[in-house]
Design a protein around this ligand. Structure first.
Ligand SMILES: [Zn+2]
Ligand SMILES: [Zn+2]
Length: 281
């Protein structure tokens, strides 16, 4: 089947790869979103890998579903404490070979409502990650640092629950309303935003670290009694919640391209020309 696989240099190329195998069920991929974490994996050590985990697919019996990217055991101490993403088995892939392919083997999914657009519904996975992260952000005045697609998802979710939301971005064209005074919490969605988040957060405030954003100095955290919380990835429960919530959110339209135009989509994502790129086989 056709898939976009990484070559020896770690660059994505359209390739003919073996049919999916392994545990789970064969599904037909309808659309797969490009995530910032996919872009970070374009390196030689990932040669041969088929990326893509924001997958909307059709099951053998014709149901439209969003695939679950990782699964926790649900029973260990970490899972019971709500840190499913750190569960021992969480890293194991549940979508083989990956979403940038015609077909995949899937171990879990959540069903989508009827008539849901496949490209738009690829946002279920990132939205699930955001819902899980947002649960750790106290209510009030919140600053989003990094106003790309993930930042927009956070803004939509937090506004919906009644927070006052501000958003900044290194790209001035992407920034939203800047904060007029210190905020109760900041959500760090992009690398390079640590200082901005620290400077904006009021004493006693919270910073949600939602990206591998680099070193965070201890001084201001100590002196201003800040709370740092981390959140990464989603759970099946959050995926279900996201599938139900997605139709109600006003989100930017994705740029949809065929797998053959992967390189073009990647460069449009990297240049900032496209907020979200979705590929269809
Ligand atoms: Zn992702
Ligand atoms: Zn576990």
């Amino acid at each position: 089947m056709r898939a976009v696989a990484l070559d020896d240099a770690g660059q994505p190329v359209l390739a003919d790869v073996p049919e999916p195998e392994g545990p789970g069920e064969l599904v037909r991929v309808l659309a797969c979103g490009l995530c910032g974490s996919d872009v970070e994996k374009l390196r030689p050590e990932h040669a041969g890998v088929v990326l893509g985990h924001e997958v909307v697919a059709e099951t053998g019996d014709g149901r439209r579903v969003a695939l679950v990217h990782h699964q926790a055991c649900g029973e260990c101490t970490r899972c019971r404490a709500g840190h499913e993403a750190t569960c021992e088995i969480f890293r194991a892939p549940t979508i083989r070979p990956g979403g940038f392919a015609e077909r995949a083997n899937a171990q879990a999914w959540v069903e989508l409502g009827h008539g849901v657009d496949a490209a738009r519904a690829t946002a279920v996975e990132p939205l699930a990650c955001v819902l899980r992260g947002a649960a750790r952000v106290p209510r009030g005045r919140i600053l989003i640092v990094g106003h790309g697609f993930i930042g927009r998802l956070f803004a939509a979710v937090l506004e919906r629950r009644g927070d006052e939301v501000f958003a900044v971005d290194v790209d001035p064209a992407r920034a939203g309303r800047g904060p007029d005074a210190p905020v109760d919490a900041a959500v760090l969605c992009a690398p390079g935003g640590v200082d901005t988040a620290l400077a904006a957060t009021a004493p006693g405030g919270t910073i949600l670290v939602f990206a591998d954003a680099g070193a965070i100095p201890a001084g201001p955290v100590y002196r201003r009694e800040l709370t740092l919380v981390g959140s990464r990835s989603a759970t099946q429960g959050a995926m279900r919640e996201a599938a139900a919530l997605l139709p109600a959110l006003d989100l930017p339209e994705p740029t949809v391209l065929p797998l053959e135009r992967f390189a073009e989509g990647l460069s449009r994502y990297r240049s900032g020309g496209a907020l979200k790129v979705v590929f269809v086989p």
